[in-house]
Design a protein around this ligand. Structure first.
Ligand code: PNW
Length: 470
């Protein structure tokens, strides 16, 4: 990784989109309000030992009741765009059947509130809160779930499509399939390699079917959001110019097939990599991959959303058992590396983002890109002073600054990046870590629900306002 990072001024293209992102289960709370049905995360967060300190999303940021205040906050922070997700169990409490109008009303009010504030909504239809009723019928291991998803997508579009132009089918199908059904760290907490690989295929099918339905309904922009990152060897982390040894390079290729190409090759090229087919066949057979599926999955889409936090680091390690999140990764280790890390222990390597955006542009020509999540958890401290309270989160500001420079370098190198959304607007329910990991640019006191913009939020407002870094 040659250092592509700039210093000093970095001006972004006209029309570059600046905003922040959230997800329904992480912020809404109101888990039983207005007819919402249970999701797999309600069930999982009540499973002893599944989530740190037994935290749940029952209340979260109480955004369901405080959305107007939160939109005001976004407006004060100068955000042009807001990416949020719709909770399927609010719309169809049992996963299928009639729409619950009171659940739909919430998003209707939210979209109107955003419009009044001049903030562009980016709607994600699925950010992991599968209706529990569908999980009880096999969840994403059942082909039918993909069809139920497309029906639900059409129902949401029918209500919001007159005001929402930017539609995302799924958030991070890889994380859902392999942490949900493979390692079991996320809901529904299953640990079954075959199930995770079958689920991954059904996610792609769900994306394709929903993209078709949205297109037929007239959606002008359709996006798939993926967690994707370069897979690097320890030698490349230590010295960006290092040539990895052959066994390590092979290990990296294999993991890249699982993490990135398993998802993006079918969606953008209409094919599965041979390595992926071999792994799927060995664990699960191929009978769940029907003849026309790749055609359905390979729908034209306008954008790929890139959620980036860290590179993935691997090396060859003969005899190593497979990592349960990467079936087929026998003989590959995922070592810790000697670089600064965030409170999640995720290594901070901004250059890897430049390299990766350029690689995606090269390997998937024509795909427009948007950074739909980037940010960091740090242990924030609220300090009193000058009559007001502050969160001096210089570490987060430095993280955001260096990664924005990485995005700028990728733009200079020719990558077609349309925007950058911070993860996250608010401190929130960080999945298996509960509320202990704070990603917000706005601090939330969960006892009082008071919001306090951190220094990073004030910095981000300036960056967005001048469309660049000073
Ligand atoms: C993303 N991993 O999740 C999600 O889209 C957000 O909801 C989440 O809060 C954010 O990143 C921060 O974690 C991920 O372990 C969670 O590889 C875990 C992983 C990747 C992404």
């Amino acid at each position: 990784l040659p250092s592509l990072l700039t210093e000093g001024r970095a001006v972004f293209p006209d029309g570059f989109v600046w905003g922040a992102a959230t997800a329904s289960y992480q912020i809404e709370g109101a888990a039983r309000d207005d007819g919402r049905g249970p999701s797999v995360w309600d069930t999982f967060s009540r499973t002893p030992g599944a989530v740190a300190q037994g935290h749940t999303g029952d209340v979260a940021c109480d955004h369901y009741h405080r959305y107007a205040e939160d939109v005001r906050l976004m407006s004060e922070l100068g955000l042009a765009a807001y990416r949020f997700s719709v909770a399927w169990p609010r719309i169809r409490p049992d996963g299928s059947g009639p729409v619950n109008p009171r659940g739909m009303d919430f998003y209707d009010r939210l979209v109107d509130e955003l419009a009044a504030a001049g903030i562009t909504p980016y709607v994600t239809l699925y950010h992991w809160d599968l209706p529990q009723a569908l999980e009880d019928r096999g969840g994403w291991t059942a082909r039918d779930t993909a069809y139920r998803f497309a029906d639900y997508a059409a129902a949401v579009h029918a209500r919001l499509g007159d005001r929402v132009r930017h539609w995302t089918t799924l958030n991070e199908p890889w994380v859902q399939a392999f942490l949900g059904y493979g390692s079991g760290v996320h809901a529904p907490g299953r640990r079954d390699a075959a199930a995770s690989l079958v689920a991954a295929h059904h996610f792609l099918l769900a994306h394709g079917l929903a993209a078709q339905a949205l297109r037929e309904a007239g959606a002008p922009e359709i996006m798939l959001v993926v967690n994707t990152a370069p897979v690097l060897t320890p030698a490349q982390i230590a010295d960006p110019a290092a040539e990895p040894d052959e066994a390590d390079a092979e290990a990296a290729d294999r993991v890249d097939c699982l993490l990135t190409r398993q998802i993006l090759d079918p969606v953008l090229l209409g094919t599965y990599p041979a390595t992926v087919l071999e792994i799927v066949e060995r664990h699960a057979g191929l009978s769940h991959v029907h003849d026309d599926d790749l055609r359905t999955i390979h729908q034209p889409i306008e954008l790929v959303g890139v959620n980036y936090y860290s590179p993935c680091v691997v090396r060859s390690s003969p005899g190593e058992p497979a990592n349960p999140a990467y079936p087929g990764s026998e003989g590959i280790a995922f070592p810790a590396v000697e670089v600064p890390v965030t409170a999640m222990d995720w290594p901070v390597v901004p250059e890897a983002l430049s390299r990766h955006l350029l690689r995606l542009s090269h390997d998937y020509p024509g795909a427009g890109l948007m950074v739909t999540e980037n940010g960091a958890a740090f242990d924030d401290v609220v300090t009193a002073g000058e009559g007001a309270e502050h969160v001096h989160d210089d570490d987060r500001t430095a993280y955001l600054d260096s990664h924005l420079r990485a995005v700028h370098a990728a733009l200079e190198g020719g990558a077609d990046v349309r925007g950058y959304l911070v993860w996250s607007l608010l401190d929130n329910f960080e999945w298996a870590e509960g509320y202990a990991r704070r990603f917000g640019i706005v601090h939330v006191d969960f006892a009082t629900q008071r919001r306090l913009p951190k220094d990073s939020a004030l910095w981000f407002r300036e960056v967005a306002g001048r469309n660049g870094l000073a």
